[in-house]
Design a protein around this ligand. Sequence first.
Ligand SMILES: Nc1ncnc2c1ncn2[C@@H]1O[C@H](COP(=O)(O)OP(=O)(O)OP(=O)(O)O)[C@@H](O)[C@H]1O
Ligand SMILES: [Mg+2]
Length: 207
Amino acid sequence: MDISMAALKGGVAKTTTAIHLAAFFHKHDETVLIDSDKNESALTWARLGSLPFPVCPLEGATKYIRKAVHVIIDTQARPTNSDLEAIAQGCDLLILPTTPKALDIDALIKTTDVLKELKANFKVLLTMVPPPRRRPSMRKVQPHLKEEKARFLLSQEEIPTFKGAIYQYTAFERSPLMGVTVDQYPDKYAKRAWDCYQKIGEEILNG
Ligand SMILES: Nc1ncnc2c1ncn2[C@@H]1O[C@H](COP(=O)(O)OP(=O)(O)OP(=O)(O)O)[C@@H](O)[C@H]1O
Ligand SMILES: [Mg+2]
């Protein structure tokens, strides 16, 4: 499967998502992550440590793509409409990460207008979401109000969105510095953080 990340806004967890989904898919089949961002964030992450899958720049990706069952592509922020069109047409699934902030959702809606016209297969992923909490009066864990509001805005616009969300954990900020995925980072929330991406990977595999 070929999966690309894209977003009008910077810093919405494109690279973090690309790295963790590549790790998820690599547990199933040979996977390569292509870093097509000039900032080389994914390549830097890989250079700092030991990721289990190859990360390569666009130039020279061919030999890895030939061997891979899954190709994950990280892109740079603020693509032009023609960039977005090329990205969307070159993959099976386009993931649009966004934080639940109203301004980020607003930028995202602009992106989806273009993608809807192109009839692209895209799905929004809520990232850096405050984790759900168990309120004293409630038996069940409740999603944070910010997540609920973001989901409401997205559903009003009929934008396809992953059921799972990526919660905000410090381990996500620290793991790139060690060049590892979050599950390898020594932190008591590491497993919960990894579970977020595992659920998204399963949602993708289960269609
Ligand atoms: N779930 C999360 N919880 C906490 N911090 C996160 C989470 N996801 C990403 N981050 C942090 O947020 C910052 C931006 O993430 P990332 O680099 O993945 O975004 P990006 O969209 O690729 O940015 P850019 O547009 O610069 O390429 C990083 O410092 C990253 O460690
Ligand atoms: Mg990035």
